[in-house]
Design a protein around this ligand. Structure first.
Ligand code: XIL
Length: 298
């Protein structure tokens, strides 16, 4: 293929990009998104603070701009993210206990119902594990409602949108380490107990080197019977950037259950990693060496 999306599709995969509704009127930006990618995800517009700014009052205006861009242009749509400790509305930050648990599950149900049938994969829970050597859960208001909050969220999401693949998504999980092993153990437990989970998202916000166990880590999740998706790929600019992008692409293609890759923004100037130039297109919208190396790897 001559584009990332078409080439990935030939391999039975998707190649996606995170989109910001406020940038869609920039024609350089929207043309690249339309031309090169076959899946999109909202960078911020489907998060809790955006979709439920006041408790029980849902606002899908900006989320719908993303969803409509996907529908109009024939793109797959990922959902990101139903529950997360960050980017919560102020009212949720001020809740705890049963009130927070009920509000969180209501949020999952309401948002997943709103987009029922339109989302190929939902990040149901984002970033619930701690960094470091412990391999346990991150402390958060959601975690303090009880350790079963994650499975409750997955059950609610399944009930609301039975057709969507339900993912657990996290960062610093780009090799075999304590954090990814903690997640691995949770997924294994969920599969054993029939908690609905279909996929694990590896965000893959990468620095200037790639963990040597990157592919092995993908493979061990796949061997549990879940798909793996690379969900937020960006790579700090450096001598090795193009190689790392290619290695990630090859690792995904090497594992049958690695079903797609999403990069976290269009151009370097759109990235949340200010000054790191971590994407596939430069600020002018030109293809970088990293772009060519991904296309050649597909
Ligand atoms: C980031 C967005 O890119 C920024 O625009 C926003 O200010 C903060 O969130 N992990 C995630 C994403 O799961 O939702 C985050 O996106 C990046 C880290």
């Amino acid at each position: 293929g001559t584009t990332l999306g078409a080439s990935a599709a030939e391999k039975g995969r998707y190649f996606g990009v995170a989109i910001a509704a406020g940038r869609l009127s920039d024609s350089t930006y929207s043309t690249i998104a339309r031309t090169e990618f076959n899946s999109i995800v909202a960078e911020n517009e489907m998060k809790w603070d955006a979709t439920e700014p006041q408790q029980g009052q849902f606002n899908f205006t900006n989320a719908d701009r993303i969803a409509n861009f996907a529908a109009t242009n024939g793109k797959l749509l990922r959902g990101h993210a139903l529950l997360w400790h960050a980017q919560q509305p102020g009212w949720a930050q001020n809740l705890s206990g049963t009130a927070l648990r009920n509000a969180a599950i209501n949020h999952v149900t309401r948002v997943a119902t709103q987009y029922r049938g339109k989302i190929h994969s939902w990040d149901v829970v984002n970033e619930a594990f701690a960094d470091g050597s412990g391999g346990g859960r991150r402390d958060s208001n959601l975690q303090r409602t009880g350790n079963d909050w994650i499975e409750a969220a997955f059950r609610a999401a399944r009930a609301a949108d039975p057709g969507a693949k339900l993912c657990y998504n996290d960062y610093n999980t780009d090799g075999i380490n304590a954090k990814s092993t903690g997640i691995y153990n949770m997924v294994r437990d969920f599969k054993a107990r029939g908690v609905p989970i279909d996929c694990v998202g590896l965000q893959s916000h990468l620095g200037t080197s790639l963990d040597s166990t990157y592919q092995q880590n993908i493979q061990r999740f796949a061997d549990l019977g879940v798909d793996v998706q690379i969900t937020e790929l960006d790579v700090q600019q450096g001598n090795n950037q193009a190689n790392i992008f290619a290695s990630v692409t090859r690792a995904c293609l090497a594992v049958a259950r690695c079903t797609g890759i999403t990069v976290w923004g269009v151009r370097d100037s759109d990235s949340w990693r200010t000054g790191q130039n971590p994407l596939l297109f430069d600020a002018s919208g030109n293809k970088k060496a990293a772009y060519t190396s991904v296309l050649n790897a597909l």
